[in-house]
Design a protein around this ligand. Sequence first.
Ligand code: BGC
Length: 760
Amino acid sequence: MIQLIKRYTFFVAAIFFSQLSSAQKKAPIKPENKDVFIKSLIGKMTLEEKVGQLTLFTSDMSVTGPVMRDSYKADLQSGKCGNIFNAYTPEYTMKLQKLAMESRLKIPLLFGYDVIHGHKTIFPIPLGESCAWDTLLSEQTAGIAATEAAADGLHWTYSPMVDISRDPRWGRVAEGSGEDPYIGSLIARAKVKGYQENIGSNSSVLACVKHFALYGAPIAGRDYNTVDMGYQSMYNVYFPPYKAAIDAGARSVMASFNEINGIPSTANKWLMNDVLRKDWGFKGFIVTDYTGINEMVHHGNVADEYEGGIAAINAGIDMDMQGAVYYTYLKKALDEKKVNMEQIDLAVYRILEAKYDLGLFSNPYKFCSTERAKTQIMNPSQLAKALEAGQKSIVLLKNQNNILPLKKTGKYALIGPYIKDKRDLIGNWSAAGDWTKAVSLYEALNSKIGSSAQLIYAQGANTVSDTTLIKKMQIQAFITPRSDGDLLQEALIAASQAEVIILALGETEGMTGEAASRSNLRIPANQIKLMEALSNLNKPIVLVLSNGRPLDLSWENENMNAILETWFLGTQSGNAISSVLLGEYNPQGRLTMSFPRSVGQVPIFYSAKNTGRPYEENQKYTSKYLDIPNTPLFPFGYGLSYSQFSYSNLSIPKKAFKTGEKIELSLTVSNSGKIKGIETVQFYVRDNVGSSTRPVKELKRFVKLELNPGESKNVVFTISSDDLKYYNYELQHVFEPGEFTLFVGKNSSENESVSIHIGE
Ligand code: BGC
């Protein structure tokens, strides 16, 4: 009998599938056909199969959180799990897809993965790449990441991460584009475009905007901590990049772990339905973050997972990542009438639509080509783009007496754990990236000047002195930990033989990213000891930093001759850094997060409010610290070049403008240096009086100018009153006539200004 049922089921499924495929053969497929196709498929699905489409499990290939199920393969065959993450390579995804093709309705699996800053070719960490202020580059690196991921069996990336972050204690600042909503929005849009450019071809993947919303503002910078934010910041600062990504057509959104106004995002109807779907018109699907539904029990807004599942689906969350809550409880919730079938069908529809648009119903193995994996991954043009991205992301923070660029001859001591390191250089969330393929600074300098200069190497210190951490990192460490004392002595000997010290220090990749908050923003203590000992030698020191967050560099700024912020630059790290050190590349990066003078200043950001008692040096009762200035050490927008740029002729045609009228501000920028360079000219506005208080400055435009020595160029910035709209206390998006101050300059601190009036 069982045999008979099985055979009958197979027969029905075969007819059904053959009907599906003949429907799909009609090309091009019109949207109406898609709708008919998906609805008819849903009509044939059992509740269990529907829940399967709402379920996402990790494979056993690699995991990014607690593993909750290991029987997922059986679930693929029975249609109880329709989506997989942490599985890639054409061979492996094909193997899993074949299991799904054994299920009754043969609905193809969707394969997701955290392709955050490249898949195999690793680009700079997003915070680093944002310092390039180059949206075309952002789009291109996303495009390459998508091509490689798609050639490696993937359909969906959990990127871009567009959380505004203003607190460098939070380790995940490394994954985003920094503190500013304007630049954050431009990059969000560029990334979505890059990932999704040709959805339906086999070289694009679905983007997933995360983490919706406000995840970048956990109290005290501690990961997963509560977020408590007013509507002004929410609408004017934190929401814009998510909105920009949605406007750019992002196909999916990931709910954040945090709560918003007391309700975790995963159950937040207001956020998901009112803001995201109704106000912003989002049509794609929403996935939880890893076990986001289960975690609501800890948040304390639901009593158990059953209630959590009900709250999530009713809030419009379509897919449950790894928590198996929909998998376990949706049937019961339906039986008990806590959820309705329309809600479930709608969620299933959204997910099937994504699969349909990817072309998976026509060919479930479309992304499983070993041939493409061979030719479209880490090819020369992709590696060249990684070099360009690395070079553009580097920020020169200090260059006393123009010690940089270095000559290609001379005696250099190469000291520090990041001289030979490779693992850390590809950064956190480096997906399927292979750190052994990264170029170290040691390799690059040796190949460039190994024969013309004398290079003396000493490791100098371990990456961290804490032995537990060393143990943890030993697994992947490129360098075997030895006693810091011995390493320091060796370094002093190496340094004594050199004319200039190139000192490569920083954080390990594991010190940033998820669950990697720090309360101390200095480099690790053993590296500080090394740096102090070397500085006592009174030899010039060029400090090269590899790290994933703004650090407290006050001591370094006093004592080092040059400081190069290189983040974690990815596969081409060593080549990019050495090209800047040796003057083959003129640095052009500009910070997208303020660097504090000490951890006590954070969160610190340029676009602050003025307060009722703004800082005044000699007035006690004004907003300030007793021990340090209010200003950051290095402000947002800051970065030096080997060229010198000057600004002149700042002018506006008149002082008063009508609402809606074009406002043009022009100026001349000149390169008075000796070499060609790129200047990022920045344009900020202050709305002097608003019905709600307004920030002291907001970035509105920027332009990158390439200037030859002695060359000058005119720049014209154009805005209108529409660019000056903001969300007031009633959450209306308004332009309010009045006085405005326009600023142009090199960064958020150094600029010139003019005042204008806009309005009747
Ligand atoms: C992270 C997400 C990530 C997901 C899947 C979570 O822990 O917060 O950013 O996409 O894991 O790996």
